[in-house]
Design a protein around this ligand. Sequence first.
Ligand SMILES: NC(=O)c1ccc[n+]([C@@H]2O[C@H](COP(=O)([O-])OP(=O)(O)OC[C@H]3O[C@@H](n4cnc5c(N)ncnc54)[C@H](O)[C@@H]3O)[C@@H](O)[C@H]2O)c1
Length: 371
Amino acid sequence: MQRLRMGMIGGGPGAFIGPVHRYAAEMDREIELVAGVFSSLAARGKAAADVYRVDPERAYPTLEAMFAAERERADGIDFVAIVSPNHHHLPAARAALAAGLPVMTDKPLTATLDEADELAGLVRAAGLPFGVTYTYSGYPLVREARARVASGALGTVRKIVVEYPQGWLATEATGKQAEWRVDPARAGLGGCIGDIGVHAFHLAEFISGLKVVSLLADLGTVVPGRALDDDCTVLLRFDNGARGVLLASQIEVGERNGLRIRLYGDRGGLAWRQETPNMLELTTLDGRTEIVHAGSGQLGPDALARTRTPAGHPEGYLEAFANLYRDFAAQLRGEPAPLLPGLDDGLRGMAFIATAVSASRAGAGWVPLTV
Ligand SMILES: NC(=O)c1ccc[n+]([C@@H]2O[C@H](COP(=O)([O-])OP(=O)(O)OC[C@H]3O[C@@H](n4cnc5c(N)ncnc54)[C@H](O)[C@@H]3O)[C@@H](O)[C@H]2O)c1
């Protein structure tokens, strides 16, 4: 089987998520990174190509140069991965779609809601596969949680608590990852809410199968001089009437990447933590707790299909990310990949960010979430 050839936009020297996309895309040998515009600076793009073992001729200085050159090659790229900062997602995706190439982009979909609307029009008009890497939906036990909720294990979901605490932006932001995240021109409308709150939002909808229909947001800017939010409290109401609480913060000193979700129904509860991702807890009304282990015979087909190692051999972040690429590769080959987040998930995330930011600024109380 011919491997799919990936071109990457972003992921230059010192970048966080670019190398993760590279590991993840290549894990199952269905995809190979062969080209990219890895940096806005040509020399740094070449340096990245060296690290990625990509032909330096295929480390391009601009999007235009990449699409023009790759179009002429018999072994040109089959799709594009976008891993540059948020403000660059739209121009990168626009150029890729114009070149007739499918797109896998990182979240948030774009920097602003207007950009998201434009991108949605372009994706629909192009009719090409389009994925969004909401990483946590790739974990086998998150997929198991979704399947258990769908099968009625919790009964009717009545309450969802999702929290995403980090502490790395508790003081003035310095360093490559931090600087653009606190700059509205590059991060967009939201700070913490767009960076990690949107992951929590997607995870809550993904596992529950419910949609948020209204919210009450209190977004704070705790670090003096910062232009965007860094500490978020959002109350949620879901389309079945369930209530929710979403906490996301980047000023909680001592917290690393403590994404955690709990769902409570009228027949049971469920809990999953990103930092111990190989266990899922399910508790029934009589108080008994079942611990579901990754790789075990307790798993249903969605989780088993995306599990690589037997029970007790931990899988983690890279494997979860690779699951999204496995789904995307399936989609490129014309097979269904219903669990891969796509345009609609990206748009819902942008609506969540925009609504939370504007409602919090206006002190608007409860507001509808419309997409
Ligand atoms: N899915 C996840 O779990 C996850 C995690 C981290 C980051 N992200 C997302 O990934 C994106 C990048 O975040 P990061 O932390 O890797 O940032 P980063 O600052 O570490 O890396 C961004 C890279 O993009 C490059 N870049 C900037 N402008 C460019 C341009 N015009 N052309 C080509 N390359 C350009 C930079 O040189 C850098 O190498 C963001 O949208 C972020 O929200 C997602």
